[in-house]
Design a protein around this ligand. Sequence first.
Ligand code: FAD
Length: 643
Amino acid sequence: MTTATGARLDARIPSGPLPQKWDRRKFEMKLVNPANKRKYHVLVVGSGLAGASAAASLAELGYGVDCFCYQDSARRAHSIAAQGGINAAKNYQNDGDSVQRLFYDTLKGGDFRAREANVYRLAQVSAAIIDQCVAQGVPFAREYGGTLANRSFGGAQVSRTFYARGQTGQQLLIGAYQALSRQIGLGKVHMHERTEMLDLVVVDGRARGIVTRDLVSGAIKTWVGDAVVLATGGYGNIYFLSTNAVGCNVTATFRAWKKGAFFGNPCFTQIHPTCIPVHGEHQSKLTLMSESLRNDGRIWVPKQKRDQRPPSQIPENERDYYLERKYPSFGNLSPRDIASRAAKQACDEGHGVGESGLGVYLDFAEAIQRLGRNVIEQRYGNLFQMYEHITGEDPYKVPMRIYPAVHYTMGGLWVDYHLMSTIPGLFVLGEANFSDHGANRLGASALMQGLADGYFVIPYTIGDYLASTKLDKVSGDHAEFRQSAAAVRDGIAKLLAVRGKRTVMSFHRQLGRLMWDHCGMARNDAGLKKALQEIPAIRDEFWRNVNVLGDGESLNQALERAGRVADFLEFGELMCRDALERRESCGGHFRAEFQTPDGEAQRDDANFTHVSAWEYAGPDAAPVLHKEPLVFEEVQPSRRSYK
Ligand SMILES: Cc1cc2nc3c(=O)[nH]c(=O)nc-3n(C[C@H](O)[C@H](O)[C@H](O)COP(=O)(O)OP(=O)(O)OC[C@H]3O[C@@H](n4cnc5c(N)ncnc54)[C@H](O)[C@@H]3O)c2cc1C
């Protein structure tokens, strides 16, 4: 399919049987001679698990790499927050796992809105990720006999999740960071911390560079490369309150969108069922309680509406363990979208607990009685401590109170099987791409995908691109670079010139509330249309009335935030538009009009078995929707049931 701008929406899925596609493609792909690799230069934006693994692997292969992140250390990327674990089809438990089962669980978990071939490859390379990380010294939890331990996560009936207590992301990132540091030491990677990419530069239709701002000095710089890799994470912070690190934003991918990269499924947002409930107007961040807790914790609400009794005084027969009741096969380990909606439904019906009524119990009493406090402490000690620290309640004694919150974005820049966007030479990895997770990501699969992309996919596919593309020499003086840098400078000056009365945060909070109300856990036609009317009005006021103090020539966090919120204020419209257009319910996208009589998501396979890929059409034009049909050869989409 050729699009308005001439970009091709070709997923480049290899032919042949599913299990052989990746091997076949690896063999078909062109290689760059080892001696020639050093002649190529790759710009990697992002140093989370996806970016760090990519930068280290590419440098290890011999390419020259510049890597950028906005934190003060690559090690502070949001990936460090990941708690629960990383999936892999190792079948160490001998409980029936396999590549096929991980593939199937992921596809079904995503409500059949992901690309079969990508998901299969992800399951295939998952095992290699664990080997790679163990070789790096990642201290995964082990059984008494020394073998790696596994636990269960939502949406699966096998135990395939590898973990390092509740700090899996941190340990994996330290592993990737070591690999990256080695290459920094060897001079193959130049690391640029506190440097924010503010534009993508496209020359002759190919991604050839970026424009950055030094967040300390304010200097605007251009960088030339033979290819650009974006591994810039997700955009859940558009909702203001989310479990994401406060800095997570959409700027890099959104600005690449404006340069011609299509955005895939922007409305697919994951709401995580187990977060500490919102507790005040002034809160700016939500805290996740890892899904791993659902292995032993039981979720319940009082059967009686608005029951004010403390949990200990509510007898067993007056409790509704609603997940166990509604989904007996998966129970408390039902997938996130399903568990989140069930919690919302219980609270909407008046069974919620806590002051706001927006909470359900996650109770460990039975597990502590069965296994002993020691075992629970070993498994989840740091998570329990964190909960107590934040709420002042001891979860060994009283049940945790949890409520769903925004956690992950399945949408992202559209990529083909090679992880290349619609702009040749622009590759997108990790949470930043529209991903292999369809309409709902299963727990512990984001780390798997980020590392699969960085360690095992991009090293092959970028080589094929470089080996098969004739790239003219380009310098930073090229008109495209100069224009992009000038546009970035103008944008900053414009933000600083407003000098209005409202803080950036107040606009962000207002937008977030609107997005949560109308494009959050449940969406409907009227609400989305309302949001589409209100967002331009908020944006309009933002550009008249935002107050960004300070200047652009020094460290100015208000300015950084303002730029990110300005992008959210445009991007929110794209999300709502996408949600409005997708007149079905699937995974994390629950359109209230489309549900089964028992309140489950009702897909419309006849009309929506596709990826929605949105093309930017200019500042005053509506974005153009393209559709990549999803073809299922191996698995026939069925009604997703966890009963
Ligand atoms: C609390 C929490 C717990 C989680 N637990 C798990 C778990 O147990 N298992 C699991 O599989 N997943 C988990 N996830 C999801 C998972 O952590 C993320 O999806 C994943 O880490 C994203 O990795 P990434 O490399 O794609 O992006 P990130 O780790 O977000 O890294 C993004 C990088 O891009 C850089 N960047 C962004 N924009 C720019 C820019 N404009 N210029 C320069 N640099 C830029 C940042 O500085 C950073 O280095 C969790 C998520 C949260 C919020």
